[in-house]
Design a protein around this ligand. Structure first.
Ligand SMILES: Cc1ncc(COP(=O)(O)O)c(C=O)c1O
Length: 379
């Protein structure tokens, strides 16, 4: 019989979430907005250190409306990280703009030096990008301080894709506090979930108002359904916001549990030649969303594919890092500034079970399979 599945990052939802959800159902506030949404927005804004929050149906919707609110549209160019999930680049395309991909530094995040080169490249062609959209990869916060300085010098707004980094910090600042606005995701695999959802966070009241307006079908404030803009149906429902409120009370504890697993991997791989845990113990502000290893095949004598086979045989999930956008067939023609770092990370990286919902038994099993692969008879 196949042993029980060990997933990378299953939703961490239990009794508290059940209680919040049932209370919301019983309150009668089902359709679709209500007091749970208002409270969730207040609490999330406070958690992230921002003045305003708009809760939406997904992180992708949040990126889309964030870009539209910055005025991004057809004919524009938006610079973004190549090392990301497709949602980031897709949202740019939804607006009619063109993504321009910039390669990573060793943390996997946008390399600020390459960003400067990209801006110079575009300037030489007479183009100023409409926005810069850096991504915080796997919960590691990008070098926003430098990116913000570079962007401000050229008058370009920054929208931060913090979908993976809720709860992380850099230099003591929360991930979602960077940029004109930041986007987070509550997809089922993230550090906290609303089963599906996202949010825009900003200090700019007008920005938040405009996102809220676009998310509710761009209805004018009159009773007879007057519209002067194209709108979207992107708001988060009151029931899911209740789930989010419960999750938010547990978020720091859930992150700590992920961090404990990161430390176990660091101990496990500490002395293994050719292997490094992606993110060091100094990355204490990382939210440890997914722990990945980087494998130098020549030194290690094995590849990530070998370890994946061993894990798969024992029903333990593992996955490569994101395949960079500039290598995706759908973005084959996109402009780019690439030095090969993200491709190397993609080819040598493997994410391992990291979720806070994984029971101790499942965690130990994942670690035991890796141990067996490294030192047992499996190889
Ligand atoms: C970097 C990044 N951006 C955007 C998204 C999209 O978020 P959602 O799935 O909530 O639409 C995700 C994850 O799903 C992501 O990892």
């Amino acid at each position: 019989m196949m042993p029980e599945r060990v997933y990378l990052s299953p939703p961490d939802v239990g009794e508290l979430e059940e209680r919040y959800l049932i209370a919301a159902v019983r309150s009668g506030w089902i359709a679709p907005l209500g007091p749970e949404v208002d409270a969730f927005e207040r609490e999330l804004a406070e958690y992230c250190g921002r003045k305003h929050c708009v809760a939406l149906s997904s992180g992708t919707a949040a990126l889309h409306l964030g870009l539209l609110t910055l005025g991004v549209g057809p004919g524009d160019v938006v610079i973004t990280s190549t090392m990301t999930f497709a949602a980031t680049a897709n949202a740019i395309v939804y607006t009619g703009a063109e993504p321009y991909f910039v390669d990573s530094d060793s943390s996997g995040n946008m390399n600020p030096d390459l960003l400067v080169e990209a801006l110079d490249d575009l300037a030489a062609q007479g183009t100023t990008p409409a926005a810069i959209l850096p991504v915080d990869l796997l919960g590691k916060v990008a070098d926003h301080d430098r990116i913000d300085v570079i962007a401000a010098a050229r008058g370009i707004p920054v929208l931060s894709d913090a979908a993976e980094s809720l709860g992380a910090k850099r230099g003591g600042r929360t991930a979602a506090s960077f940029g004109v606005a930041a986007v987070v995701s509550f997809n089922g695999n993230k550090v906290m979930t609303t089963s599906g959802g996202g949010a825009v966070l900003t200090d700019d009241e007008e920005f938040a108002k405009h996102v809220r307006y676009l998310a509710t079908q761009a209805r004018q404030p009159v009773t007879h359904y007057e519209h002067t803009d194209i709108g979207y149906n992107y708001r988060m429902s009151n029931l899911l916001a209740a789930l989010g409120r419960a999750q938010l009370t547990r978020l720091d504890a859930m992150i700590e549990r992920r961090r404990a697993m990161r430390i176990r991997y660091q101990e496990l791989f500490g002395d293994v030649p050719g292997v490094s845990v992606f993110g060091t113990p100094e990355d204490h502000e990382d939210n440890c969303w997914l722990t990945a290893i980087l494998v130098d095949e020549k030194t290690a004598g094995w590849s990530t594919a070998d370890l994946t086979s061993a894990l798969t045989a024992e029903n333990v999930e593992s996955r490569p890092l994101w395949k960079p956008m500039h290598l995706q067939p759908v973005f084959a023609g996109a402009r780019r500034r690439i030095d090969g770092t993200s491709q190397r990370l993609f080819e040598t990286g493997l994410t391992l079970p990291s979720g806070s919902a994984l029971s101790d038994r499942r965690r130990e099993r994942a670690l035991a399979v890796v141990r067996g692969f490294l030192w047992g008879e499996r190889r």
